[in-house]
Design a protein around this ligand. Sequence first.
Ligand SMILES: [Zn+2]
Length: 82
Amino acid sequence: MATITCKDFLDRLESWMEGDVHSDSQAHLRNCPHCRSLVEDLKAICGEASNWRADEIEVFGSWEERKRFIRECAARKKQRDC
Ligand SMILES: [Zn+2]
């Protein structure tokens, strides 16, 4: 059973996108179709590329820019799902 909430998952999304995937996040993703679709949508919305390899993320410039971009995407997605 997942021990983290959707909010926790979102909080960890930045490090997820950075390649630091927590086992907690993975467990949550398995049990939460909502976050699973969010991750899929994030990939589709935030990147023309189909994956988030570090060298491709570099197009966003600094990590601060990237984090802001990911947050905006996540917020957009959450609004849409409400
Ligand atoms: Zn969730």
